[in-house]
Design a protein around this ligand. Structure first.
Ligand code: ADP
Length: 154
């Protein structure tokens, strides 16, 4: 059976933290689908098209990576695309508390799907999209926090 993982998130915008987790996870899977979740109650800062384009640019040379968007339950999206793994990053104890709950509930609903967690490398663990958005919103330079292959205009 092909090992297909999804890496779900908002990617608003993609950061070096996301890029690093994905690249380190890639050897474990045959295919990784970056799944941008569309949540009607959560307004994004960047448009879906923009977020998708940046991800495509970052992984343009990785044939095992593709980008999709989804609404609804993550496990239902997994079933739709034939994915058996959900990949998430664990930066802090807050991430752990949240992910632990979601993963256990997902396991009840879809026992065939495994949640897989990766710990960030220490130099990237403080990076998150919220901080990057704040920097951009306030006219700062986000370059140290976003993948080298993309440019986000201030
Ligand atoms: P969400 O709103 O679902 O948390 P994000 O786009 O913020 O979406 O994050 C998607 C995934 O990437 C999450 O599992 C998150 O923990 C992980 N992630 C985000 N930033 C980092 C980072 N700096 N290092 C490791 N993982 C990260």
């Amino acid at each position: 059976m092909k090992r297909i993982a999804i890496f779900p998130g908002s990617f608003d915008p993609i950061t070096k933290g996301h890029e690093n987790i994905l690249l380190r996870a890639l050897p474990l899977f045959d295919e990784v689908i970056i799944a941008i979740g569309i949540n009607s109650s959560k307004q994004s800062y960047f448009t879906l098209e923009q977020r998708e384009n940046w991800i495509k640019q970052v992984f343009a040379n990785e044939p095992k990576v593709r980008v999709e968007t989804y609404t609804g339950l993550t496990i239902n999206f997994c079933k739709k695309v034939g994915a058996n793994y959900i990949l998430r990053g664990l930066r802090t104890s807050t991430d752990f508390e949240f992910e632990n709950l979601i993963a256990q509930n997902n396991k009840v609903m879809a026992p065939e799907i495994e949640s897989v967690f990766m710990i960030p490398v220490s130099e990237l663990s403080a990076i998150n999209s919220t901080v990057v958005r704040d920097i951009i919103r306030n006219g700062g330079d986000p370059t140290p926090f976003i993948p080298a292959s993309i440019k986000i205009e201030k």
